[in-house]
Design a protein around this ligand. Structure first.
Ligand SMILES: [Zn+2]
Length: 359
């Protein structure tokens, strides 16, 4: 009898060790339990009810796929191991929606096909080993849009992945470019959540000189700027009108866009010739149909994001293993002005619905 695991292993030739990630995680859990050293799992309760918390912004790496482009996982904590569940338990994260930041956008078609196959199968294997703790976004080779559409469909339908993770631009091209429409059409058709994560290289490639110096500006400013630009093009170029059923989640609270949304509306009033495409809504209204992670650091920023986009559009994110925050849960619990049902939705209810996570 050929098991699914055998199928995956055999179908990928050089993927020796595909089962090891899952087994490592299980072994780690058992070893911890036997040693009596199990980390106390934080169980999040809101108004007396246990909430299943979901982290939509959790990174990982598949070394076997990276090796195909001669790359190594950095930091090492991107590779799934025993520390992962311990950190989740400590922080009160029940489910991580894993994603991998694109490093393959320069790969030619055959390599991109092979790499994504290895990576998505490994992600599926990993999720299957701990189905109550992990789900994953499919990786797609968006530089080959028709291939990306196929990869998304296969990832969702055959491998049980829950959407796609993409960059904020593709080799300098905007996500609103008509060439990417086959991908957007497929995502809309499947009802799959598309997680847009910026890459410092996206903006830094265009304005590198201005982002040099102290502060890590290519990341702290460049990443949210990349998201701001990406979402703005999707609005102003009519992509969101063309595919009204798209479900998009933007990393880092949507970058700067929700902080200054009214300027996009005012721009079209002040300089109407710069908004030649008639949009179906005011630009800022599109923000209320997109989703955003909660990585905005202060209660005031989260309150403002909720005011601009609606609390029902916000989902929890940590950016693990990058140590931006260890208090994602408390950030949501402690932000004044949210009702308990809004907190429960941000902590996991909304993400569970979008990502088809069982209650
Ligand atoms: Zn991130």
């Amino acid at each position: 009898m050929t098991t699914r695991r055998d199928f995956i292993r055999n179908s990928a030739g050089a993927m020796a060790g595909i089962a090891f990630v899952g087994c490592d995680l299980l072994a780690a859990r058992d070893a911890q339990a036997q040693a009596g050293g199990t980390v106390r799992r934080r169980e999040v309760v809101v108004s007396g009810r246990r909430v299943k918390t979901v982290d939509v912004h959790a990174h990982c790496a598949v070394p076997e796929a990276m090796a195909l482009m001669g790359r190594k996982a950095e930091p090492q904590s991107l590779v799934m191991g025993q520390d992962r569940i311990r950190a989740m338990d400590e922080q009160g994260i029940d489910v991580e929606a894993l994603s991998i930041n694109p490093y393959w956008y320069k790969a030619e078609r055959d390599l991109a096909r092979q790499l994504i196959k290895v990576q998505n199968e490994k992600l599926a294997e990993l999720c299957a080993s701990q189905p109550d703790r992990f789900i994953a976004f499919a990786s797609v080779a968006l530089q080959h849009p028709d291939l990306a559409a196929q990869q998304l469909e296969e990832g969702v339908r055959k491998l049980g992945l829950r959407g796609a993770a993409i960059g904020g631009s593709v080799n300098g091209e905007e996500l609103s470019d008509p060439k990417f429409q086959p991908f957007w059409a497929k995502a809309e058709q499947l009802g799959a959540l598309v997680f847009i994560h910026p890459q410092a290289a996206g903006v830094a490639a265009e304005i590198p000189r201005r982002l040099k110096g102290n502060g890590g500006l290519e990341n702290v400013i460049g990443n949210p700027l990349e998201t701001t630009i990406a979402l703005s093009h999707l609005i102003f170029e009519g992509t969101l009108d063309r595919f009204p059923g798209l479900k998009i989640c933007a990393a880092h609270g949507g970058g700067y866009l929700p902080s200054y949304a009214a300027r996009s509306d005012a721009g079209c009033v002040t300089f109407p010739d710069r908004c030649p495409k008639p949009l179906k809504k005011r630009p800022s209204e599109y923000l209320r149909q997109l989703y955003y992670d909660s990585i905005v650091f202060t209660p005031e920023a989260l309150r403002h994001l909720a005011a601009e986009v609606g609390s029902g559009q916000i989902v929890m994110g940590t950016d693990y293993p990058f140590p931006w925050t260890k208090t994602a849960v408390d950030h949501i619990l402690d932000t004044p002005g949210l009702s308990d049902s809004e907190r429960a939705a941000i902590l996991g209810g909304t993400a569970s619905r979008l990502l088809r996570i069982k209650a």
